[in-house]
Design a protein around this ligand. Structure first.
Ligand code: HAM
Length: 530
């Protein structure tokens, strides 16, 4: 567990979770009848290494005896199913031999039966690669007695999740999430609203535009069971108009029918009873307070009565945030309240929970679709472009000086043409290029170019005077001149001046989306090449 920087200020701790957990944990929390648990988990048996399968049929009786011994010692799980299967296998073993006394068909039939049961023995604990992390966070919360910590306990995690889904754009079998969970005694809707507001401002900061927040309440254990009954009975009436998956879900998990994307089913689903009309007074009050709290914070939302989410642990608030450029897999974040989960997994009943997970693969895809960098991902801040003869020597010296002072500098290869060098710089995320061309050397000035898309249209070149024989002092002067220009841009754009260096100033201007003003404030020196 760790807490640092901005996290510590908000008393949020990072929790490092295992990548695999007992299958049972997900079955109990996410739910046996969900797609995630029933179809999508990567599950294996943690078999004892010292117990290899028998090499020949003749060794089957010894193998069965071995299973019995390991079950007694607890190495193989002593489940009810294992005990019964072992009894059957012991009976069958007696009937397998001697083979010569049986007809071929009879012997084959007995062996098939034997292998069928043998296959059913669970030789080790069932383990699954985590398909999501909320269940693991709650397990850790209980295991480490975190209910004794000051509440609410705020935990975040970053890492890969695994689901055996049909791969397509934005849907992978190994994908990455950043998630956070807030656990404690309060279920105040203001917490839900604050969490959602924080998420949206996070997306704003990384310049993920065009997001939409969808929100719903799916009730609690007092009102949801009756709604599910009603939904099931209404679904049975329209069963013939639904596809095979939805037909199956009528019995296993009728709420999931509402999630269907099958075109032909949409008209049927739209006429089904809606949970908002069947919430108990407490859930209704919680939901309307949540909407009020969102409005108070100026958070735009869209209600979606069909947002039931694919995990059983949710109660009351559910939400999803979508982003453009992703096609059908357009949810970049999903979350909700899960007040009964801590108790279900053996923790204190009073603990409530709410959380979210952001799918970072999809966030990156959406940003890329709008040709934006993921914040902080650009490799270089500055480029020094001068690639021939004397300009190359000058460029190397300038780049070295800037690197020494902490800037990340892109230096195109010797001989690269100016246009090509600037294109390469733009692709490398460079924000400002310092051009050291023949003309510049002749005029003893460097040209500073603010790169597209950071500065669109208008005047984008400026220049700095430089000594023809650049001494170290002259280079330092160029650097401080550059810094001064950046600061002037920042001031003119409303950012307060301070003791920022080149790197931090550029970063700040990018974060705040501050671009150099069109009319530079320092007169003709700023009006372009002079
Ligand atoms: P989830 O909606 O299953 O929720 O996943 C959250 C996000 O992970 C999705 O919105 C999506 O961006 C991303 N994601 C899911 N599956 C894939 C995939 N196959 N490929 C790429 N990205 C994917 C949860 O996982 C809950 N544990 C969230 C939560 C936390 N609820 C409460 N606390």
């Amino acid at each position: 567990m760790e807490s640092r920087g901005a996290g510590r200020a908000r008393s949020i701790c990072r929790v490092r979770l295992r990548r695999n957990e007992p299958t049972e944990l997900f079955a109990r929390s996410v739910g046996l009848d969900t797609d995630i648990v029933s179809k999508e988990m990567y599950t294996f048996e943690d078999r004892p290494a010292e117990f290899p399968p028998p090499p020949t049929m003749g060794e089957m009786p010894a193998h069965i005896e071995g299973i019995g011994r390991l079950m007694e010692s607890g190495t193989i799980p002593r489940t009810e199913s294992n005990v019964n299967t072992l009894k059957l296998l012991n009976n069958l073993v007696g009937e397998l031999y001697p083979i010569r006394e049986k007809t071929f068909e009879k012997a084959t039939q007995k062996w098939i039966e034997f292998f069928f049961y043998l296959n059913g023995v669970q030789l080790g604990e069932r383990i699954s690669l985590r398909p999501e992390a909320t269940a693991s966070v709650v397990r850790a919360y209980i295991e480490h007695g975190m209910h004794t910590w000051p509440s609410p306990v705020k935990l975040y995690y970053i890492g890969p999740m695994f689901r055996r889904e049909r791969p397509q754009k934005g849907r992978y079998r190994q994908f990455y999430q950043i998630g956070a969970e807030l656990l404690g005694p309060s279920d105040d809707p203001a917490l839900d609203a604050e969490l959602i507001e924080m998420l949206l401002s996070f997306f704003e900061r990384i310049r993920l535009t065009g997001t939409t927040l969808f929100i719903n309440s799916i009730g609690d254990k007092n009102c949801r069971p009756a709604y599910i009954q009603l939904l099931r009975s209404e679904l049975r009436k329209v069963r013939d108009r639904l596809g095979a998956d939805s037909q199956r879900r009528i019995e296993t998990n009728p709420l999931r029918v509402l999630d269907s994307k099958v075109h032909e089913e949409q008209a049927v689903i739209e006429n089904l009873p809606r949970i908002a009309e069947h919430l108990c007074p407490d859930c209704k009050a919680h939901y309307s307070k949540l909407l009020q709290e969102l409005e108070l914070r100026g958070v735009a939302y869209k209600e979606n009565w069909r947002l039931v989410r694919g995990l059983d642990y949710y109660m009351r608030t559910t939400f999803e945030i979508t982003a453009p450029g992703l096609g059908s897999q357009n949810a970049v974040c999903g979350g909700g309240r899960y007040d009964g989960l801590v108790e279900l997994l053996g923790g204190p009943a009073a603990t409530k929970g709410i959380g979210f997970a952001i799918g970072t693969d999809r966030v990156a895809l959406s940003l890329q679709s709008e040709h934006k960098d993921v914040a902080g991902s650009s490799k270089y801040e500055l480029a020094v472009v001068g690639t021939t003869g004397d300009t190359w020597n000058e460029a190397i010296r300038l780049a070295e000086s800037l690197r020494k002072s902490g800037a990340e500098v892109f230096l195109p290869r010797q001989g690269t043409r100016l246009k090509q060098a600037l294109e390469q710089a733009a692709k490398s995320g460079v924000r400002v290029a310092i051009i050291v061309g023949e003309d510049e050397l002749k005029n003893q000035r460097y040209t500073i170019r603010v790169m597209q898309p950071f500065y669109e249209g208008g005047q984008r070149d400026s220049s700095i005077a430089v000594s023809r024989a650049p001494s170290y002092a002259a280079l330092i002067r160029v650097r401080s001149e550059l810094e001064r220009k950046l600061k002037t841009w920042a001031v003119a754009s409303g950012l307060a001046p301070s003791a920022f260096g080149i790197s931090s100033l550029l970063n700040l201007m990018m974060q705040q989306q501050v671009l150099p003003p069109k009319t530079p404030p320092l007169g003709k020196t700023w009006g372009g090449k002079t």
